[in-house]
Design a protein around this ligand. Structure first.
Ligand SMILES: [Zn+2]
Length: 386
Protein backbone atom coordinates (compact mmCIF):
# COMPACT_ATOMS: atom_id res chain seq x y z
CA UNK A 1 0.00 0.00 0.00
CA UNK A 2 2.83 2.37 1.00
CA UNK A 3 4.64 1.57 -2.28
CA UNK A 4 1.53 2.61 -4.23
CA UNK A 5 1.43 5.90 -2.37
CA UNK A 6 5.12 6.51 -3.22
CA UNK A 7 4.34 5.76 -6.85
CA UNK A 8 1.55 8.35 -6.80
CA UNK A 9 3.86 11.09 -5.46
CA UNK A 10 5.40 12.11 -8.83
CA UNK A 11 1.90 12.21 -10.32
CA UNK A 12 0.73 14.50 -7.50
CA UNK A 13 3.83 16.72 -7.94
CA UNK A 14 3.25 16.85 -11.68
CA UNK A 15 -0.41 17.74 -11.18
CA UNK A 16 0.53 20.47 -8.67
CA UNK A 17 3.10 21.92 -11.10
CA UNK A 18 0.53 21.82 -13.94
CA UNK A 19 -2.17 23.50 -11.85
CA UNK A 20 0.25 26.17 -10.64
CA UNK A 21 1.36 26.96 -14.22
CA UNK A 22 -2.24 27.04 -15.36
CA UNK A 23 -3.14 29.49 -12.63
CA UNK A 24 -0.15 31.77 -13.53
CA UNK A 25 -1.08 31.57 -17.22
CA UNK A 26 -4.69 32.28 -16.34
CA UNK A 27 -3.61 35.25 -14.25
CA UNK A 28 -1.34 36.58 -17.03
CA UNK A 29 -4.08 36.03 -19.58
CA UNK A 30 -6.64 37.87 -17.53
CA UNK A 31 -4.10 40.64 -16.84
CA UNK A 32 -3.40 40.99 -20.55
CA UNK A 33 -7.15 40.97 -21.25
CA UNK A 34 -7.63 43.71 -18.67
CA UNK A 35 -4.73 45.69 -20.17
CA UNK A 36 -5.96 45.49 -23.72
CA UNK A 37 -9.45 46.45 -22.46
CA UNK A 38 -7.91 49.46 -20.70
CA UNK A 39 -5.97 50.40 -23.82
CA UNK A 40 -9.14 50.32 -25.89
CA UNK A 41 -10.90 52.44 -23.29
CA UNK A 42 -7.94 54.84 -23.34
CA UNK A 43 -7.96 55.02 -27.11
CA UNK A 44 -11.70 55.66 -27.06
CA UNK A 45 -11.13 58.54 -24.65
CA UNK A 46 -8.50 59.89 -27.04
CA UNK A 47 -10.75 59.58 -30.06
CA UNK A 48 -13.63 61.26 -28.28
CA UNK A 49 -11.31 64.14 -27.27
CA UNK A 50 -11.36 63.23 -23.59
CA UNK A 51 -7.58 63.43 -23.39
CA UNK A 52 -7.41 63.98 -19.62
CA UNK A 53 -9.29 60.74 -18.90
CA UNK A 54 -7.06 58.93 -21.40
CA UNK A 55 -3.89 60.28 -19.72
CA UNK A 56 -5.15 59.22 -16.25
CA UNK A 57 -5.89 55.73 -17.52
CA UNK A 58 -2.59 55.30 -19.33
CA UNK A 59 -0.64 56.56 -16.31
CA UNK A 60 -2.48 54.09 -14.02
CA UNK A 61 -1.49 51.31 -16.43
CA UNK A 62 2.21 52.21 -16.13
CA UNK A 63 2.39 50.13 -12.96
CA UNK A 64 1.20 47.05 -14.77
CA UNK A 65 3.95 46.05 -17.13
CA UNK A 66 7.41 47.15 -18.27
CA UNK A 67 6.44 46.32 -21.85
CA UNK A 68 4.11 49.30 -21.88
CA UNK A 69 6.99 51.81 -21.66
CA UNK A 70 7.37 52.07 -25.44
CA UNK A 71 3.64 52.61 -25.78
CA UNK A 72 3.77 55.41 -23.21
CA UNK A 73 6.70 57.04 -25.00
CA UNK A 74 4.70 56.95 -28.24
CA UNK A 75 1.63 58.35 -26.48
CA UNK A 76 3.66 61.17 -24.94
CA UNK A 77 5.12 62.04 -28.32
CA UNK A 78 1.61 61.93 -29.85
CA UNK A 79 0.27 64.39 -27.25
CA UNK A 80 3.21 66.72 -27.86
CA UNK A 81 2.65 66.66 -31.60
CA UNK A 82 -1.03 67.46 -31.01
CA UNK A 83 0.10 70.50 -29.01
CA UNK A 84 -1.13 68.99 -25.70
CA UNK A 85 2.24 69.49 -24.05
CA UNK A 86 0.95 69.48 -20.45
CA UNK A 87 -0.27 65.92 -21.00
CA UNK A 88 2.95 64.70 -22.61
CA UNK A 89 4.87 66.25 -19.67
CA UNK A 90 2.65 64.32 -17.21
CA UNK A 91 3.22 61.04 -19.03
CA UNK A 92 6.99 61.46 -19.27
CA UNK A 93 7.34 62.70 -15.67
CA UNK A 94 5.41 59.64 -14.43
CA UNK A 95 7.55 57.38 -16.56
CA UNK A 96 10.77 58.86 -15.13
CA UNK A 97 9.44 58.48 -11.58
CA UNK A 98 9.31 54.68 -12.00
CA UNK A 99 12.16 53.18 -9.96
CA UNK A 100 12.31 50.06 -12.14
CA UNK A 101 13.46 51.93 -15.29
CA UNK A 102 16.85 51.04 -16.73
CA UNK A 103 19.36 53.86 -17.34
CA UNK A 104 18.72 53.64 -21.09
CA UNK A 105 14.94 53.84 -20.64
CA UNK A 106 15.33 56.79 -18.25
CA UNK A 107 17.57 58.65 -20.73
CA UNK A 108 15.02 58.14 -23.53
CA UNK A 109 12.21 59.40 -21.29
CA UNK A 110 14.36 62.38 -20.22
CA UNK A 111 15.00 63.23 -23.89
CA UNK A 112 11.25 63.23 -24.51
CA UNK A 113 10.60 65.35 -21.41
CA UNK A 114 13.25 67.82 -22.61
CA UNK A 115 11.41 68.08 -25.95
CA UNK A 116 8.14 68.66 -24.06
CA UNK A 117 9.71 71.51 -22.08
CA UNK A 118 11.12 72.99 -25.29
CA UNK A 119 7.69 72.81 -26.94
CA UNK A 120 6.08 74.39 -23.86
CA UNK A 121 8.64 77.22 -23.82
CA UNK A 122 10.32 76.14 -20.53
CA UNK A 123 13.74 76.69 -22.08
CA UNK A 124 15.74 76.64 -18.80
CA UNK A 125 14.37 73.23 -17.81
CA UNK A 126 14.85 71.84 -21.33
CA UNK A 127 18.41 73.20 -21.45
CA UNK A 128 19.25 71.56 -18.11
CA UNK A 129 18.02 68.16 -19.33
CA UNK A 130 19.85 68.33 -22.66
CA UNK A 131 23.11 69.50 -21.02
CA UNK A 132 22.97 66.33 -18.88
CA UNK A 133 22.14 64.15 -21.89
CA UNK A 134 25.07 65.52 -23.91
CA UNK A 135 27.27 63.52 -21.53
CA UNK A 136 25.48 60.26 -22.46
CA UNK A 137 27.19 58.87 -25.56
CA UNK A 138 24.05 57.34 -27.10
CA UNK A 139 22.10 60.59 -26.83
CA UNK A 140 24.77 63.26 -27.20
CA UNK A 141 24.10 64.07 -30.90
CA UNK A 142 20.36 64.54 -30.41
CA UNK A 143 20.91 66.52 -27.20
CA UNK A 144 23.40 68.80 -29.01
CA UNK A 145 20.87 69.41 -31.80
CA UNK A 146 18.20 70.26 -29.22
CA UNK A 147 20.54 72.65 -27.39
CA UNK A 148 21.38 74.41 -30.67
CA UNK A 149 17.61 74.71 -31.31
CA UNK A 150 17.03 76.20 -27.83
CA UNK A 151 19.82 78.78 -28.19
CA UNK A 152 18.36 79.91 -31.53
CA UNK A 153 15.00 80.54 -29.86
CA UNK A 154 16.55 82.28 -26.84
CA UNK A 155 18.88 84.22 -29.17
CA UNK A 156 21.97 83.01 -27.28
CA UNK A 157 24.09 82.93 -30.44
CA UNK A 158 27.41 82.55 -28.67
CA UNK A 159 26.20 79.48 -26.76
CA UNK A 160 24.90 77.87 -29.99
CA UNK A 161 28.26 78.53 -31.67
CA UNK A 162 29.98 77.05 -28.61
CA UNK A 163 28.09 73.76 -29.06
CA UNK A 164 28.85 73.68 -32.81
CA UNK A 165 32.54 74.30 -32.12
CA UNK A 166 32.71 71.10 -30.08
CA UNK A 167 31.06 68.96 -32.79
CA UNK A 168 32.95 66.59 -35.05
CA UNK A 169 34.20 68.09 -38.34
CA UNK A 170 31.57 66.35 -40.47
CA UNK A 171 28.68 67.67 -38.40
CA UNK A 172 30.26 71.14 -38.28
CA UNK A 173 30.39 71.07 -42.08
CA UNK A 174 26.70 70.16 -42.25
CA UNK A 175 25.88 73.15 -40.03
CA UNK A 176 28.08 75.70 -41.84
CA UNK A 177 25.17 77.79 -43.14
CA UNK A 178 23.59 77.92 -39.70
CA UNK A 179 26.94 78.82 -38.09
CA UNK A 180 27.43 81.69 -40.54
CA UNK A 181 23.96 83.08 -39.77
CA UNK A 182 24.57 82.75 -36.03
CA UNK A 183 27.74 84.85 -36.48
CA UNK A 184 25.71 87.42 -38.45
CA UNK A 185 23.17 87.64 -35.61
CA UNK A 186 26.02 88.12 -33.17
CA UNK A 187 27.66 90.78 -35.36
CA UNK A 188 24.37 92.68 -35.72
CA UNK A 189 24.33 93.13 -31.92
CA UNK A 190 27.90 94.45 -31.81
CA UNK A 191 28.09 98.23 -31.81
CA UNK A 192 31.83 98.39 -32.42
CA UNK A 193 32.28 98.32 -36.20
CA UNK A 194 35.67 96.60 -36.30
CA UNK A 195 34.40 93.94 -33.88
CA UNK A 196 31.29 93.43 -36.03
CA UNK A 197 33.45 93.25 -39.14
CA UNK A 198 35.63 90.50 -37.70
CA UNK A 199 32.47 88.57 -36.71
CA UNK A 200 31.18 88.85 -40.32
CA UNK A 201 34.56 87.57 -41.47
CA UNK A 202 34.17 84.68 -39.04
CA UNK A 203 30.77 83.98 -40.65
CA UNK A 204 32.45 83.88 -44.06
CA UNK A 205 35.03 81.44 -42.73
CA UNK A 206 32.17 79.09 -41.87
CA UNK A 207 30.40 79.68 -45.18
CA UNK A 208 32.20 81.72 -47.84
CA UNK A 209 28.94 81.93 -49.85
CA UNK A 210 26.94 83.57 -47.03
CA UNK A 211 25.36 86.53 -48.84
CA UNK A 212 24.00 87.93 -45.59
CA UNK A 213 27.54 88.30 -44.20
CA UNK A 214 28.76 89.75 -47.52
CA UNK A 215 25.95 92.36 -47.67
CA UNK A 216 26.45 93.35 -44.01
CA UNK A 217 30.24 93.45 -44.35
CA UNK A 218 29.91 95.63 -47.49
CA UNK A 219 27.79 98.09 -45.48
CA UNK A 220 30.36 98.23 -42.66
CA UNK A 221 33.18 98.78 -45.20
CA UNK A 222 31.19 101.70 -46.68
CA UNK A 223 30.67 103.13 -43.16
CA UNK A 224 34.40 102.99 -42.41
CA UNK A 225 35.18 104.22 -45.94
CA UNK A 226 37.03 101.13 -47.11
CA UNK A 227 35.34 101.21 -50.49
CA UNK A 228 37.62 98.77 -52.31
CA UNK A 229 36.77 96.09 -49.75
CA UNK A 230 33.06 96.93 -50.16
CA UNK A 231 33.41 96.46 -53.94
CA UNK A 232 34.99 93.05 -53.39
CA UNK A 233 32.05 92.01 -51.21
CA UNK A 234 29.54 93.17 -53.86
CA UNK A 235 31.35 91.15 -56.51
CA UNK A 236 31.31 88.10 -54.25
CA UNK A 237 27.51 88.41 -53.77
CA UNK A 238 26.99 88.15 -57.55
CA UNK A 239 29.13 85.02 -57.67
CA UNK A 240 27.67 83.45 -54.48
CA UNK A 241 23.92 83.84 -55.09
CA UNK A 242 22.59 86.40 -57.55
CA UNK A 243 19.13 86.17 -55.92
CA UNK A 244 20.47 88.25 -53.00
CA UNK A 245 22.18 90.94 -55.12
CA UNK A 246 19.05 93.18 -55.24
CA UNK A 247 19.38 93.50 -51.42
CA UNK A 248 22.77 95.17 -51.95
CA UNK A 249 21.71 97.71 -54.62
CA UNK A 250 21.66 100.71 -52.25
CA UNK A 251 25.06 99.77 -50.82
CA UNK A 252 26.42 99.37 -54.38
CA UNK A 253 25.30 102.88 -55.33
CA UNK A 254 26.76 104.35 -52.11
CA UNK A 255 30.08 102.55 -52.70
CA UNK A 256 30.60 103.62 -56.30
CA UNK A 257 29.27 107.15 -55.78
CA UNK A 258 31.72 107.67 -52.91
CA UNK A 259 34.62 106.72 -55.17
CA UNK A 260 33.09 108.61 -58.13
CA UNK A 261 33.37 105.44 -60.16
CA UNK A 262 30.05 105.48 -62.03
CA UNK A 263 31.56 103.51 -64.89
CA UNK A 264 32.40 100.72 -62.42
CA UNK A 265 28.86 100.97 -61.03
CA UNK A 266 27.36 100.50 -64.49
CA UNK A 267 29.65 97.54 -65.22
CA UNK A 268 28.67 95.91 -61.92
CA UNK A 269 24.94 96.34 -62.66
CA UNK A 270 25.34 95.03 -66.22
CA UNK A 271 27.24 92.01 -64.92
CA UNK A 272 24.56 91.34 -62.27
CA UNK A 273 21.82 91.68 -64.92
CA UNK A 274 23.56 89.24 -67.28
CA UNK A 275 23.82 86.72 -64.42
CA UNK A 276 20.08 86.86 -63.68
CA UNK A 277 19.81 89.87 -61.35
CA UNK A 278 16.14 90.36 -62.29
CA UNK A 279 13.80 93.33 -62.62
CA UNK A 280 15.16 95.36 -59.67
CA UNK A 281 18.68 95.34 -61.14
CA UNK A 282 17.33 96.24 -64.60
CA UNK A 283 15.33 99.16 -63.14
CA UNK A 284 18.34 100.40 -61.13
CA UNK A 285 20.49 100.25 -64.26
CA UNK A 286 17.79 102.10 -66.23
CA UNK A 287 17.69 104.82 -63.54
CA UNK A 288 21.47 105.11 -63.71
CA UNK A 289 21.32 105.46 -67.52
CA UNK A 290 18.68 108.20 -67.21
CA UNK A 291 20.92 110.05 -64.70
CA UNK A 292 23.71 109.76 -67.27
CA UNK A 293 21.33 111.29 -69.85
CA UNK A 294 20.78 108.12 -71.86
CA UNK A 295 16.96 107.91 -71.68
CA UNK A 296 16.59 105.96 -74.93
CA UNK A 297 18.84 103.13 -73.83
CA UNK A 298 17.15 103.09 -70.42
CA UNK A 299 13.72 102.64 -72.03
CA UNK A 300 15.06 99.97 -74.38
CA UNK A 301 16.57 98.11 -71.43
CA UNK A 302 13.26 98.02 -69.53
CA UNK A 303 11.37 97.02 -72.70
CA UNK A 304 13.81 94.19 -73.43
CA UNK A 305 13.39 92.99 -69.85
CA UNK A 306 9.61 93.06 -70.19
CA UNK A 307 9.73 91.00 -73.38
CA UNK A 308 12.01 88.39 -71.88
CA UNK A 309 10.58 88.20 -68.32
CA UNK A 310 7.39 90.24 -67.89
CA UNK A 311 7.07 91.60 -64.34
CA UNK A 312 4.75 94.13 -62.68
CA UNK A 313 7.80 96.06 -61.43
CA UNK A 314 9.24 96.59 -64.92
CA UNK A 315 5.78 97.45 -66.27
CA UNK A 316 5.33 100.08 -63.56
CA UNK A 317 8.77 101.52 -64.23
CA UNK A 318 8.04 101.79 -67.94
CA UNK A 319 4.84 103.66 -67.12
CA UNK A 320 6.76 106.05 -64.83
CA UNK A 321 9.23 106.74 -67.63
CA UNK A 322 6.39 107.48 -70.05
CA UNK A 323 4.65 109.70 -67.47
CA UNK A 324 7.75 111.88 -67.17
CA UNK A 325 7.69 112.47 -70.92
CA UNK A 326 3.89 112.69 -71.35
CA UNK A 327 2.14 116.00 -71.91
CA UNK A 328 -0.78 116.99 -69.66
CA UNK A 329 -4.12 115.68 -70.82
CA UNK A 330 -6.48 112.71 -70.78
CA UNK A 331 -3.77 110.20 -71.73
CA UNK A 332 -1.49 111.30 -68.89
CA UNK A 333 -4.33 111.10 -66.37
CA UNK A 334 -5.22 107.56 -67.47
CA UNK A 335 -1.60 106.50 -67.32
CA UNK A 336 -1.26 108.01 -63.81
CA UNK A 337 -4.35 106.09 -62.67
CA UNK A 338 -3.02 102.87 -64.19
CA UNK A 339 0.39 103.36 -62.58
CA UNK A 340 -1.26 103.84 -59.17
CA UNK A 341 -3.26 100.63 -59.60
CA UNK A 342 -0.14 98.66 -60.50
CA UNK A 343 1.70 100.23 -57.56
CA UNK A 344 -1.07 99.13 -55.17
CA UNK A 345 -0.97 95.66 -56.62
CA UNK A 346 2.82 95.42 -56.13
CA UNK A 347 2.52 96.63 -52.52
CA UNK A 348 -0.33 94.22 -51.81
CA UNK A 349 1.45 91.10 -53.09
CA UNK A 350 4.29 89.54 -51.08
CA UNK A 351 7.65 90.09 -52.75
CA UNK A 352 9.44 87.27 -50.93
CA UNK A 353 8.87 83.57 -50.40
CA UNK A 354 10.64 80.81 -48.48
CA UNK A 355 12.06 78.28 -50.92
CA UNK A 356 11.75 75.55 -48.25
CA UNK A 357 8.20 75.95 -46.93
CA UNK A 358 6.62 78.57 -49.23
CA UNK A 359 6.08 81.14 -46.44
CA UNK A 360 5.21 84.47 -48.17
CA UNK A 361 6.41 87.81 -46.80
CA UNK A 362 6.68 91.45 -47.75
CA UNK A 363 10.22 91.79 -46.47
CA UNK A 364 13.38 89.75 -46.23
CA UNK A 365 13.69 87.59 -43.11
CA UNK A 366 17.01 85.80 -42.79
CA UNK A 367 15.36 83.29 -40.42
CA UNK A 368 12.11 81.89 -41.82
CA UNK A 369 9.39 82.51 -39.17
CA UNK A 370 7.57 79.42 -40.39
CA UNK A 371 10.07 76.59 -41.03
CA UNK A 372 12.97 78.17 -39.07
CA UNK A 373 15.44 77.70 -41.92
CA UNK A 374 18.17 80.30 -42.36
CA UNK A 375 18.65 82.15 -45.66
CA UNK A 376 15.78 80.34 -47.37
CA UNK A 377 13.58 83.41 -47.97
CA UNK A 378 14.32 85.00 -51.32
CA UNK A 379 12.73 87.49 -53.70
CA UNK A 380 9.93 86.05 -55.77
CA UNK A 381 10.55 85.30 -59.42
CA UNK A 382 7.91 85.72 -62.11
CA UNK A 383 5.18 88.26 -62.80
CA UNK A 384 4.81 89.44 -59.17
CA UNK A 385 8.52 89.41 -58.43
CA UNK A 386 11.81 89.70 -60.22
ZN1 LIG B 1 10.33 78.55 -44.48
Amino acid sequence: MLEILFLLLPIAAGYGWYMGRRSVRHKQKSQRKQMSRDYFTGLNFLLSNESDKAVDLFISMLDVDDDTIDTHLSLGSLFRKRGEVDRSIRIHQNLIARPSLTTEQRDIAMMELGKDYLAAGFYDRAEEIFINLVEQEDHSEEAEDQLIAIYQVTKEWQKALGIIKKLKRKRQQALKQLSAHLCCELAAEQTDKSQALSTYQRALKYDNLCCRALIAAAQVYVDIEEFQKAKECLQRIIDADIAFFPEALTIAKQTYQSTQDMQGYEELLRQALSQGGGASVAITLAQHLIEQGDCKEAEQLVLDGLYRHPTMKSFQHLMKMHLQQAEDGQAKESLTMLEKLVDQQIKFRPGYRCIECGFPSHRLYWHCPSCKNWGSIKRLRGLDGE
